[in-house]
Design a protein around this ligand. Structure first.
Ligand code: OKP
Ligand code: ZN
Length: 346
């Protein structure tokens, strides 16, 4: 399996993340994808291609133009109005609707308008990494439509918490959604997205919630007890034309190990098989790992091999898009275990 990568990912890094009333060093750091890249080379998974450039239109096909403009302009405005020594991060949120139609002037107000929470900030060059990450996903999709059986887009930053006009949970542009929309624009009739990151892919769900051409399935920690908290319940099945095209499988924190996970994976695969998509996009997070520092599932490194093998049974052209995973010592092994087992089984 070939991988697409961009060195520009390292333009994005933040000083702190906030949780439990505290500023802490970031779990989401540039090392993550460097470790994955190294393991791909060590295990000879396949060649590593550099991302191609794409028009911004592909990002605006799933995101509001005003939001993309905000991502581009944020840092320069933050430097003028706030403190260039600190990360650009929201402090106020519009939870009423009086000014919803207004593009705010000040950067504090714009940050609040386009942030769902305090888990996504911007640094001096973050936009360049965000754009490159979307290009990594688009390049993978292009290769797939060009005839590759499977591709890995080694995206960073991740995307699955980003919705049409909100950044959240380390995510800015929804790379998997951009790739899915690209596949439709290039002639696919139906695309399935399977999100196996530990956290619910609330951004992806919201982008396609009312549409039938994209089936979205997610297996994740029960939002009753885990981020993103406000989405990911089993009764969220899609709406309007998208009714029936969204599947959530929440699993319990602490107790979910391979037997429970395998059953959920098979259930999501059966639903995808009956949807009969032209292509499958897998939002691949490996934060389901037992030693992940922010997550609470119990998958072992060997279980990731089983995931790859099981997914191969769908026998669909598949684009793997990288999402989360924070146990950097094992992030490469776990990710390549999925991809290698998939390649060997198809
Ligand atoms: C991104 B991805 C809650 C802290 C929230 C944000 C997690 C973002 C995960 N106590 N942490 O899906 O791996
Ligand atoms: Zn995650």
């Amino acid at each position: 399996m070939k991988t697409v990568f961009s060195p520009r990912h390292s333009d994005h890094w933040l000083r702190y993340e906030y949780s439990g009333g505290q500023a802490k060093p970031c779990f989401e750091k540039p090392d993550r994808v460097e470790f994955v890249k190294r393991e791909i080379l060590n295990r000879r998974l396949g060649s590593i291609l550099l991302a191609e450039e794409f028009s911004l239109d592909h990002l605006c096909a799933v995101h509001d133009e005003s939001y993309i403009r905000f991502l581009q302009e944020c840092w320069a405005q933050w430097v003028k109005e706030m403190n260039p020594e600190l990360d650009a991060i929201a402090t106020v949120f519009n939870r009423q609707s009086f000014a919803d139609h207004i593009e705010p002037r000040s950067i504090e107000a714009r940050l609040g308008k386009y942030s769902a929470d305090l888990t996504a900030g911007l640094g001096p060059k973050s936009w360049y990494a965000i754009e490159a990450s979307a290009h990594v996903a688009l390049s993978g999709a292009k290769q797939l439509l060009g005839g590759e059986k499977a591709m890995f887009s080694l995206c960073r930053p991740a995307g699955h918490h980003a919705s049409a006009a909100l950044m959240a949970g380390y995510c800015y542009v929804n790379n998997a959604a951009v790739a899915a929309q690209y596949c439709l624009d290039q002639g696919c009739d139906r695309v399935a997205i399977l999100d196996i990151d530990y956290h619910h892919g609330n951004g992806t769900q919201s982008i396609f919630y009312e549409r039938s051409e994209v089936f979205v399935a997610s297996i994740h920690a029960d939002p009753d007890q885990e981020y993103p908290f406000y989405a990911g319940r089993a009764d969220e099945c899609g709406a309007l034309k998208g009714l029936g095209a969204n599947l959530n499988i929440p699993l319990s924190l602490g107790t979910t190990a391979w037997p429970e996970y395998q059953t959920a994976l098979q259930q999501s695969m059966d639903a995808i098989a009956s949807y009969k998509p032209d292509v499958l996009i897998v939002s691949l997070g490996v934060d389901t790992y037992e030693e992940d520092p922010i997550s609470h599932f119990r998958l072992s490194s060997d279980d990731f091999t089983k995931i790859g093998k099981q997914l191969a049974a769908l026998d669909l052209p598949s684009l793997f898009v990288f999402e989360g995973g924070y146990a950097v010592g094992a992030i490469g092994v776990n990710t390549v275990n999925v991809l290698e087992a998939y390649s060997e089984a198809v």
